[in-house]
Design a protein around this ligand. Structure first.
Ligand SMILES: [Zn+2]
Length: 257
C-alpha cells in the first residue's frame, strides 16, 4: 500500500482565504496519523478521510499548543463525540505537547470527561514509542511554548520528520537526518515588520541550511506568513540546499517512494 503525506494546511499564525494553518496527514500501510490540526484543517482532513466523524483516523500528534497548530483538535473532538458511530470508537492515541489538553478542555462548558474519552493522551516529547507502523521519536525544540519536533520511521526505513515551530537548534540535525521528507517551519516575514527577526522560528534559508547538513532527501517548506511571496522562500532555501524543495500547498498529496 502506498505511503504519502497529505498537506492539510500551510499557513503560519492565521489562515489566508482558501488556505488553512498547519496540518499534515501521514499514511502508511493503511494507518493514518495526523500531525497538527491548526485553524481550518479539519474540513480538509474529513474530506480526505471520507468521513464526517473522522473514522479511519488512527492517531494524532500535536507539536505545541499554539492555536494555529491545534485549534481544530477541538473540532475533531466534536466530530468523534457528537458523531455516530465514532462516539463508540476506541479513544484516539493522541501525543500532545504540554498544555494542549487543557486548551481543548477550556472550550467545553463543563468537564464531563468526554474529552478524555475521545483522546487517549500521551505526553510529547515522549520516550521512543511505537505508533501503529511508525517508530516515533521527539525532541523539545526552542519556541515560545514547549514544542516537539517529531520523527516517524517505518519498519522499512521510510522517515518523515517535522519541526513544528522551532528556532535554530543543534537537535534539528538529528530530527531530520537522512529523512525522506523533512517538513520545516519557514516563517519568512517582510523586512521591517516588528516580528521579522525571530529566534523562535526558522527562515526558509535556515530551513535549507539544516536540511543540507542533515542530508534530508526532500525538504517541504511550510508555516508561511499570510501574504508572503512563497517563491522568495523557495529561492532562499534552494540557494543553500542541493535537494528538492517543495512548498506546502493545501490538498497536495506527496508520495513517498
Ligand atoms: Zn507556534
Amino acid at each position: 500500500m502506498s505511503s504519502r503525506v497529505v498537506v492539510l494546511g500551510s499557513c503560519g499564525a492565521w489562515p489566508e482565504p482558501r488556505r488553512a494553518c498547519t496540518g499534515f496527514l501521514f499514511e502508511h500501510e493503511g494507518f493514518r496519523v495526523v500531525i497538527d490540526l491548526g485553524y481550518d484543517t479539519l474540513a480538509r482532513l474529513l474530506e480526505h478521510l471520507g468521513s464526517t466523524t473522522a473514522l479511519g483516523l488512527d492517531a494524532v500528534i500535536i507539536t505545541h499548543r499554539h492555536p494555529d497548530h491545534m485549534n481544530d483538535l477541538h473540532g475533531l473532538f466534536r466530530a468523534r463525540w457528537l458523531g455516530w458511530p465514532a462516539a463508540e470508537a476506541p479513544a484516539l492515541p493522541t501525543y500532545a505537547a504540554e498544555g494542549v489538553r487543557e486548551r481543548v478542555l477550556g472550550l467545553e462548558e463543563h468537564d464531563t470527561g468526554a474529552v478524555d474519552q475521545v483522546f487517549d493522551w500521551r505526553p510529547l516529547p515522549a520516550p521512543e514509542s511505537q505508533v501503529g507502523p511508525f517508530r516515533l521519536e521527539s525532541w523539545l525544540l526552542p519556541h515560545q511554548v514547549p514544542n516537539a519536533g517529531v520523527r516517524l520511521t517505518t519498519a522499512d526505513g521510510l522517515v518523515v520528520a517535522f519541526t513544528g515551530d522551532s528556532g535554530p537548534s543543534p537537535d534539528l540535525v538529528d530530527l531530520g537526518r537522512d529523512a525522506d521528507l523533512f517538513i520545516v517551519d519557514a516563517t519568512d516575514r517582510p523586512l521591517g515588520s516588528p516580528t521579522a527577526v525571530d529566534p523562535v522560528h526558522l527562515s526558509a534559508r535556515e530551513a535549507g541550511e539544516v536540511a543540507e547538513v542533515c542530508g534530508a532527501r526532500r525538504l517541504l517548506l511550510t508555516h508561511f506568513w499570510p501574504d508572503h511571496d512563497r517563491a522568495l522562500s523557495l529561492a532562499a532555501a534552494q540557494q543553500v540546499y542541493g535537494g528538492e524543495v517543495l512548498l506546502a500547498e493545501e490538498g497536495a498529496v506527496i508520495p513517498l517512494r
